[in-house]
Design a protein around this ligand. Structure first.
Ligand code: GLA
Length: 387
């Protein structure tokens, strides 16, 4: 059994005595390509990884929720059918999800619960989406409710947008809820249609390198990038007179013709998004055709575009990518997630994994005095009940 599930059972027993009724595991994710495209109605291509948040819970009769976080050594308690306000702490992700169920008119039962996880926090691997999906699925289970994976993902995104106050897109919650083991998920963020694409090519591994730099300033910079994209789409609609709802509706040719309608910064932001949407579509075709070199080349282009045009990389992430690109057997490397700090994702031939780890440990540490953490990943299922 997943060791995090065992840890959750033990923590539950210690905190509340007895056994939980419900155990849900929800994974973190790594995005292979398609960065900062989800809130532009574009495509993304993430996979769920074998790092989870586990929610272990048991009903209680007084309508209160008592939730303990093992990582924070802290507990929150609130009435599940009472008005809820954010408190700017870890508990907001769970409370925000409860708040969304309230808005749907559900009358919920109370519960005791623990949250345990091994998705690194602040590393761009979506620990918060994993909390939302674990709590969301747990609440469905505790209350005998039914909801599709896509709807649960949308509920989690609303919790994060409206309660936590981060204006994120749909990618993280969607993959945490709907992924399939051994596959990456090709998602059209405009209509939420998706395809599970096998990652079964023998002898290829996904390796994540954690730069050890936690994401400072992310929320404001993230929201700032989003506004630039919305600004770009609005100006392009005015300039072209066409029905442009999002940057998905703009081509690089159109951007070039009407470049005068945009500020220099907005132009660069839009160029990244439009090129990245196209790259993601192409990358998925290449992967399906077994062309890993081609896929890796597009990962490199994605990184350069995020570094130069979207400006969401950082010197540590650039260095991790540079080191990986020098290791024979690495097909591709790029920074993944919102950016500024966090992780890179590498597509690596199995026999080159050791060389990659060795190169990171010697060069990265020497140049930054930071210790990179490496995770050799397996693509796993989305949120599921394990009891
Ligand atoms: C964060 C957000 C996602 C997505 C990525 C960037 O992870 O939560 O919605 O926008 O950044 O691709």
């Amino acid at each position: 059994m997943n060791p995090i599930v065992v840890q959750a059972q033990v923590a539950f027993e210690q905190g509340f005595s007895g056994e939980p009724d419900v155990l849900v595991q929800a994974p973190g994710r790594v995005n292979l390509i398609g960065e900062h495209t989800d809130y532009n109605a574009g495509f993304v291509f993430p996979a769920a990884i074998d790092r989870w948040v586990v929610f272990a819970a048991r009903k209680r009769e007084d309508g209160r929720a008592v939730i303990r976080s093992v990582a924070h050594e802290d507990e929150i308690s609130f009435g599940v059918n009472e008005p809820l306000e954010p408190e700017k702490n870890w508990g907001d992700y769970a409370k925000g999800v409860v708040r969304e169920f309230q808005k749907l008119g559900e009358s919920l039962g109370g519960f005791d619960a623990v949250l345990v996880g091994d998705v690194p926090v602040g590393a761009g691997l979506s620990s918060s989406a994993a909390v939302e999906m674990a709590v969301g699925k747990g609440i469905l289970e505790l209350n005998g409710l039914d909801m599709s994976g896509p709807d649960l993902a949308l509920l989690g995104q609303r919790a994060e947008n409206q309660f936590v106050g981060v204006n994120c897109g749909i990618m993280d919650q969607f993959v945490s809820a709907n992924a399939r083991a051994g596959h990456a998920l090709f998602l059209d963020c405009r209509d939420l249609s998706f395809e599970q694409v096998p990652l079964t090519k023998e002898g290829v591994r996904i390796v994540i390198c954690n730069s050890g730099v936690t994401r400072g300033l992310t929320n404001s910079a993230y929201n700032d990038r989003r506004s630039s994209c919305e600004n770009g789409a609005e100006h392009m609609a005015l300039a072209t007179g066409q029905d442009i709802q999002a940057l998905r509706d703009v081509t690089l040719d159109m951007l070039d013709v009407y470049r005068g309608a945009l500020s220099e910064t907005v132009l660069r932001r839009c160029r990244h998004v439009i090129a990245e949407i196209e790259r993601t579509r192409k990358a998925v075709d290449l992967l399906k055709a077994g062309d890993l070199e081609g896929f890796g080349g597009l990962m490199a282009d994605s990184h350069a575009s995020l570094r130069d045009d979207y400006e969401v990389s950082g010197k540590e992430l650039d260095l991790l990518v540079e080191i990986a690109q020098d290791v024979p057997g690495v097909y591709g490397a790029r920074r993944t997630g919102a950016g500024f700090g966090g992780c890179t994702v590498n597509l690596v031939r199995e026999e080159a994994v050791e060389d990659l780890v060795a190169a990171m440990e010697s060069r990265y540490e020497k140049e930054t005095h930071l210790k990179p953490e490496m995770y050799i990943c397996t693509a796993v299922n989305g949120a599921e009940c394990v009891q």
